[in-house]
Ligand binder design. Structure first.
Ligand code: ADP
Ligand code: MG
Ligand code: MG
Length: 251
């Protein structure tokens, strides 16, 4: 059984159909890249999987570990192991990053029927993971993402992933706005989280990110559908030929 099974998904936003029957299957242990031009529906797909409001699913289904994901509230999806790293992480002024992490982590543990972390255990864990990602303690005291650079925001997303230990990580254009050094640090953090019981879906516009996070499978999205899938060499092919050829395939 695949970890994530998206079947013939149709989605509308404000009366307009954005996904027109999208099918995608991701097994545990795999890293899939989803590439495609701007506006092809990549973020829409990630938002629908995470349960962001404002999207109307008019057809198809999403199974996660064999269960109907669309029936679950967003916090239950997170508790079951779905994690979405946003293209534009939100700032939460007035809530210290440390407090946010602890609240979110304990909420997830509670939803899974696990006990809360004790304060010393939590602090030890966060400090350990933060240090491995090169995140200074001082950053953890600041408001969530407030005044963070692009690179710091992405590292903060990777920190959350490392703490929450999700089964499915969706990374939406984590390369946007990052210089090459920041990209490398974030990608290293993601690579450390690769594991046989975890899958990653890496959404990107550019091949560059996939030099650092090497995918097992590459999908091309165009106009709300997956129009081609292949191995990692497909990303290189796309870099050379561009997306234009797939626009016709989608039409
Ligand atoms: P991508 O992430 O591939 O760039 P998106 O999923 O962001 O694509 O967008 C796909 C299409 O859906 C675009 O045409 C975009 O304008 C439209 N769209 C996305 N979100 C909204 C929204 N909240 N309201 C109206 N249109 C939207
Ligand atoms: Mg976009
Ligand atoms: Mg997008």
């Amino acid at each position: 059984m695949a970890l994530l099974e998206v079947k013939n998904l149709q989605v509308r936003v404000e009366e307009r159909e954005i996904l027109h029957g999208l099918t995608l299957s991701v097994n545990a242990g795999e890293v899939h890249a989803i590439m495609g031009p701007n506006g092809s529906g990549k973020s829409t797909l990630s938002h629908v999987i995470a349960g962001k409001p404002g999207y109307e699913v008019t057809g198809g289904e999403i199974l996660f570990k064999g269960e109907d994901l669309l029936e679950m509230a967003p916090d239950m999806r997170a508790a079951k192991g779905v994690f979405l790293a946003f293209q534009y992480p939100v700032e939460i002024p007035g809530v210290a990053t440390m407090t946010f992490l602890r609240t979110a982590l304990n909420a997830q543990r509670k939803a899974r029927g696990e006990g809360e972390f004790s304060t010393p255990d939590f602090l030890k864990k966060v400090r350990e993971v933060a240090a491995s990602l090169g995140i200074p303690q001082e950053m953890l005291r600041r408001g969530v993402n407030v005044g963070f650079s692009g690179g710091e925001k992405k590292r903060n997303e990777v920190l959350q992933m490392a703490l929450f230990q999700p089964s499915l990580c969706i990374l939406d254009e984590m390369d946007s706005g990052l210089d090459i050094d920041a990209l490398r640090v974030a990608a290293d953090g993601v690579n450390k989280l690769r594991s046989p019981d975890r899958a990653m879906v890496v959404i990107t516009h550019y091949q560059r990110l996939l030099d650092y996070i090497v995918p097992d499978v590459v999908h091309v999205m165009s106009k709300g559908r997956v129009v081609k899938s292949g191995g990692k060499e497909l990303a290189l092919e796309l870099e050379a030929t561009g997306y234009a050829q797939y626009a016709d395939a989608a039409a």
